[in-house]
Design a protein around this ligand. Structure first.
Ligand code: IMP
Ligand code: MG
Length: 178
């Protein structure tokens, strides 16, 4: 196939087209704009993977809103705290704010389920999750997205911000492992 792409050792084929992605993200932006009218939500984009989805979603909003970006650092805690994920660069006060976390993909759900307690500890008024992709078959942890662009099968994808070992984030549409 001529429009497949090779990244490192793997071949990926077109999966979700640019205009389909754009239309779906505008739908979600519309739904969020309705639900969060007059709530001045604070979006928290999780780097690196969410930056393109976050940019398109945020541009689609018709309400007042703020956005900030954080990185997650993961380390092994004590035997009682288990796997710990903390936010780097979280400077805004979340107290009494309506928070919408923007993530690229919920795969097993481990990342978000480890990180959400840190958000709740900061006493926000509410917390919602907006995610570009979910893989329902891969989910192992108790996390549920409030806004999902696409549910996909349990296969590796790249493009639209998602990478395979650092590359492929700039592909304008989504590609799936052949
Ligand atoms: P989780 O903690 O298992 O939910 O994994 C979430 C993270 O794994 C995402 O933020 C991605 O960085 C990465 N990931 C999971 N599946 C894919 C994929 O299909 N393509 C690219 N990255 C993925
Ligand atoms: Mg990620």
């Amino acid at each position: 196939m001529t429009d497949s792409v090779l990244i490192h050792d793997k071949t990926f084929i077109p999966f979700i087209k640019k205009d389909v992605i754009a239309n779906r993200i505008n739908e979600i932006a519309g739904a969020i704009s309705t639900d969060y009218k007059d709530k001045n939500p604070l979006f928290l984009g999780i780097l690196n993977g969410s930056f393109i989805f976050a940019a398109d979603l945020f541009r689609g909003l018709t309400i007042e809103a703020e956005i900030s970006f954080i990185k997650l650092a993961s380390y092994k805690g004590t035997s009682t705290t288990g796997h710990v994920v903390t936010a780097i660069g979280l400077e805004e006060s979340l107290k009494d704010r309506h928070i919408i976390i923007i993530e690229d993909i919920i795969d097993t759900g481990k990342t978000l389920s480890s990180f959400l307690p840190e958000i709740y500890n900061r006493q926000p008024a509410s917390v919602a999750i907006a995610v570009f992709l979910t893989k329902p078959e891969a989910l192992k942890h108790d996390v549920k997205a409030d806004f999902t662009a696409f549910e996909i099968e349990d296969k590796f994808v790249v493009g639209y911000g998602l990478d395979y070992d650092g590359y492929g984030r700039n592909l304008p549409e989504l590609y799936i492992l052949e």
